[in-house]
Write a protein that binds this ligand. Structure first.
Ligand code: ADP
Ligand code: MG
Length: 373
């Protein structure tokens, strides 16, 4: 009864949304569906039930969290397995209230392209939960494109073959041997792992790299110190759009090939920004392992929740923004210059941070928003 009222007053049902929800429903076997729920209410319930389902809380073989680091410190995926922290299931009334509050944002965002960069550093904390949030967005009728890193996983595999990771200004120094490991880990284990997790959530994803379909055109950066690091010179947006047309969620590993066919390692933040610009994305979200831009990287309470272009440039100049945060801020600025209204840097370790950022309405909003001047 409650779900019917919410759907009837707040948003119009859509057949395509209903179709999109069906696989999730089947995969999750939600008992609260009686087959008569209006589509939008069912969609929202499917989404929220997905979040609150026992499967989310079930013990999964995830990695133990790696603590946040400063500046250029190097992060490794832990070899030991831990337990995903179980979130309490909210009472039905609170869930319904949450759904009602989210409906205007859902109506606004339905059908819109959301480019999400899921950071390597954030990926050590409950990666399945975030991947399932992206699946939820797709089930709710948004068009997410997930661009991923895999830094800690790469570092762990480099350690296994005895190569020491090195970074300069937040970018990985990539010699020929490092490039081999980056290619195998990112385009193989990490990319297909994400696709498989989305499949398990009932949403079909397609794993791509910058090499596939010539998705990312790149050239080697003009910096000998960095090695096989690529700079994006073009994006074949049509490759992603055709996947989206087919109802598939594109999952992109940011390895590209140069004109001679050599692999190049492209920083995932910069690749995601180039993709967001090429697709004229409605939303651009960078997920990392800190609450956002911090005035003092050691103090999680020193969050800068909003900053304009000039302010962000000054934060880099003053050295407040350092290490891996530099490419993030730089790429937000470049996206804004190309017309994106606002970009977000959020904490991917925070449960359902992505849904919170996209569907919440101002008060208590987390993360940093970088806006136009
Ligand atoms: P990702 O894998 O998500 O790209 P990175 O390690 O490359 O993560 O970049 C995020 C890191 O940037 C943070 O963990 C933090 O150590 C570092 N950093 C440097 N300066 C800042 C700052 N002012 N605010 C927040 N993080 C910062
Ligand atoms: Mg990074």
């Amino acid at each position: 009864m409650l779900t019917f009222t919410v759907a009837a007053t707040e948003a119009a049902p859509s057949a395509s949304l209903w179709r999109a929800v069906k696989p999730v429903r089947a995969a999750e076997g939600h008992s609260q569906f009686d087959g008569h729920s209006p589509p939008v209410a069912a969609a929202l319930l499917a989404g929220t039930a997905l979040l609150a389902s026992p499967r989310t809380a079930r013990r999964r073989g995830r990695r133990a969290p790696v603590s946040a680091t400063k500046g250029d410190e190097i992060k490794f995926a832990s070899k030991s397995s831990g337990e995903a922290a179980a979130l309490p299931t909210l009472p039905l009334q609170q869930r319904a209230q949450g759904i009602a509050e989210a409906l205007p944002a859902l109506a606004r965002l339905s059908g819109s392209i959301v480019v999400i960069k899921y950071g390597g550093a954030a990926m050590v904390e409950s990666p399945e939960r975030t991947i399932r949030d992206v699946a939820t967005l797709a089930a709710m009728g948004l068009k997410p494109v997930l661009v991923h890193g895999g830094g800690p996983e790469i570092n762990s595999w480099l350690a296994k073959v005895g190569i020491e990771p090195k970074f300069v200004r937040g970018l990985r120094v990539t010699d020929a041997e490092t490039m081999e490991v980056v290619a195998m880990v990112l385009m193989g284990k990490v990319n297909k792992g994400i696709v498989a997790t989305m499949g398990a959530a009932g949403v079909a994803a397609v794993g791509l790299s910058g090499v596939d379909g010539g998705l990312l055109e790149a050239k080697k950066v003009d910096d000998e110190e960095l090695g096989f690091v690529g700079e994006v010179t073009g994006v074949r947006g049509d490759v992603l759009l055709s996947a989206l047309e087919e109802g598939l969620v594109p999952v992109v590993a940011t390895v590209a090939a140069d004109a001679e066919g050599n692999f190049l390692n492209v920083n995932a933040d910069l690749a995601a920004a180039a993709i967001a610009r090429a697709l004229e994305a409605d939303e651009f979200v960078l997920m990392t392992d800190v609450p956002g831009i911090l005035r003092d990287v050691k103090d999680p309470d020193s969050l800068i929740s909003e900053v304009d272009e000039t302010g962000a440039e000054k934060l880099i100049e003053d050295g407040v923004v350092a290490g891996g945060m530099i490419p993030k801020v730089t790429c937000c600025l470049s996206a804004i210059k190309d017309g994106v209204q606002a970009t977000h840097i959020i904490d991917g370790r925070r449960p359902h941070a992505l849904l919170e950022e996209l569907f919440s309405t101002g008060a208590g909003k987390q993360g940093t928003t970088i806006r136009q001047n």
